[in-house]
Write a protein that binds this ligand. Sequence first.
Ligand SMILES: CC(C)(COP(=O)(O)OP(=O)(O)OC[C@H]1O[C@@H](n2cnc3c(N)ncnc32)[C@H](O)[C@@H]1OP(=O)(O)O)[C@@H](O)C(=O)NCCC(=O)NCCS
Length: 180
Amino acid sequence: MLKGTKVGLRARHDEDIPVLLAELYDDVVNGSRADGQPWRPLTPGTKDPRLVVDDSNRQTVQFSVVELEGGTLIGTAVLAGIDPHHRSAHVGLGLRPGHRGKGYGTDVVAALCHYGFTVRGLKRLQIETLADNFAMLHAAERNGFVREGRTRSSAWVMGEFLDEVVLGLLAEEYKERKES
Ligand SMILES: CC(C)(COP(=O)(O)OP(=O)(O)OC[C@H]1O[C@@H](n2cnc3c(N)ncnc32)[C@H](O)[C@@H]1OP(=O)(O)O)[C@@H](O)C(=O)NCCC(=O)NCCS
């Protein structure tokens, strides 16, 4: 298990799936805002790749996020689009509603940075988020991510076009922060 200060990132367990399905993917607003694709209902027993991990997919590493103390499931985290040539990947995460706003998201980003840079030896991590997702923007910037651009009206979300922000963090910036 990868360990942050307050969270652990472990493999997906079968019993996580109904909880994540009910609290993250069945929620139309959360799904529409977080997934970058139109919301659609998922049937019980679904093999949707956001829930059921395909270990043969080498470009994506999915985690279930738990509280270190007690092991309660609090959400999901992913390193996606791992590109071994450019040595880059995208960071994603989603927490169960009752576990947001307590600093867990910031800690998850830190654990994913450790995995991406230290364990996998990547050069660059990227986050794309809606421009009004202040919690995500703060969690990224707290970990040293830099805003690199804003794509105007790039996301259709619940009846309107929203801007997205692209943030990036490089291995040398991560190392410098760790050493300071
Ligand atoms: C986005 C998300 C992962 C952030 O995790 P979190 O645990 O809620 O965030 P944290 O508690 O670590 O807070 C991060 C920062 O955002 C701030 N923040 C939290 N909620 C906020 C809000 N609603 N508005 C403004 N700032 C907020 C916190 O004060 C903190 O800032 P600080 O470090 O300067 O004090 C979580 O809220 C979530 O899962 N949201 C729904 C799914 C989602 O949006 N995923 C990301 C898709 S790209």
